[in-house]
Ligand binder design. Structure first.
Ligand SMILES: [Zn+2]
Length: 305
């Protein structure tokens, strides 16, 4: 697929970045980057605050590395270089404020030139050795990195913090949806734009992260997500847990009921088809009332971490 490059997720799991097709401009890429930064900032709060309740946990280091694939065509390299200064070298394209990387002194645009003493190199062998060393180091909870900034190299140590093991990526689609498959959440660019209020966007993230935590989808579960009755149960469960996940992270659960009519309206219909895999499982007004009630319960039950 033209334009696909590879981004290591926040905790390093390799995941495909949004497929970036040929007409991308540097401005498009910068816009995607700003959206990804906002969504990751909110999602990360939820994933860290709820780590104690998640079955699958991994260390989070609070930064997103990326690098151009050596196989990428020249025009694509040029536009990513222009937009973010990205080339083949691993670079921190996002550093979350007050996260482990930020506290250790990593800054956006810094290159990661070695991990645990294994240096990155542009030849295939050294790239692979670096990737292997990174894969070994990531689950350990400690990252010893050599970073380069403005021609200066220095060593830093990042102490990971436990976070639920869910990848969250913004995809450049104009529609206002979000979807989850397994432990990968995709947020449409259109949804990020629709919900300018962080608490409202945090509700959608909470709902999708709840699908991942509850293992609602993934290989072998396609029949579940297509079955209307099962879907109604799944979506209700994701709403119930989602408002609690956001509340634990310090977001206002009352925002869930505020977000729902906007989502329903944006998806053009009297019934919300919203939130991922679709399924008109609850009329908009009914779901708004349900979310208001669950939001009030969550507020009474939960003290934010
Ligand atoms: Zn859902």
């Amino acid at each position: 697929m033209i334009g696909r490059f590879w981004v290591a997720g926040l905790a390093g799991a390799l995941c495909a970045a949004p497929a970036l097709a040929a007409p991308d401009t540097a401005q498009d890429i910068r816009q995607w980057h700003a959206q990804q930064q906002r969504v990751l900032t909110l999602a990360n709060r939820i994933l860290v605050a709820n780590a104690v309740t998640c079955k699958d946990v991994r260390p989070d280091y609070g930064y997103l590395p990326a690098n151009m694939s050596p196989a990428a065509p020249a025009p694509l390299r040029a536009v990513w270089q222009e937009a973010l200064g990205l080339d083949e070298r691993p670079m921190a394209i996002i550093v979350l404020k007050d996260g482990p990387a930020d506290k250790a002194g990593l800054r956006q645009g810094d290159h990661i030139m070695a991990v645990a003493g294994t240096a990155w190199g542009s030849d295939k062998e050294r790239r692979q050795a670096f990737d292997t060393a990174m894969s070994t180091a990531l689950p350990s909870g400690t990252l010893d990195l050599d970073i380069e900034h403005g021609g200066q190299t220095r060593a830093i140590t990042l102490s990971g913090r436990p976070a639920c093991k869910v990848d969250v990526v913004v995809v450049r689609r104009a529609s206002a949806n979000a979807s989850t498959f397994g432990n990968r959440v995709e947020v449409d660019g259109g949804l990020e734009r629709l919900l300018a209020d962080d608490d409202e966007l945090a509700f959608v993230l909470g709902h999708e992260i709840a699908h991942a935590v509850l293992e609602h989808s993934g290989p072998g579960k396609e029949a579940d997500t297509r079955n209307h009755d099962r879907r109604a149960v799944i979506e209700r469960e994701a709403d119930v847990l989602g408002v609690r996940l956001m509340t634990r992270a310090g977001f206002d659960p009352a925002a869930a009921a505020r977000a729902n009519p906007k989502l329903a309206h944006a998806n053009r219909g009297p019934i919300s088809r919203l939130l991922d895999l679709h399924g008109a499982y609850m009329a908009t007004n009914e779901r708004t009332a349900f979310l208001a009630s669950e939001g009030a319960k969550a507020k009474a039950e939960i003290t934010p971490r």
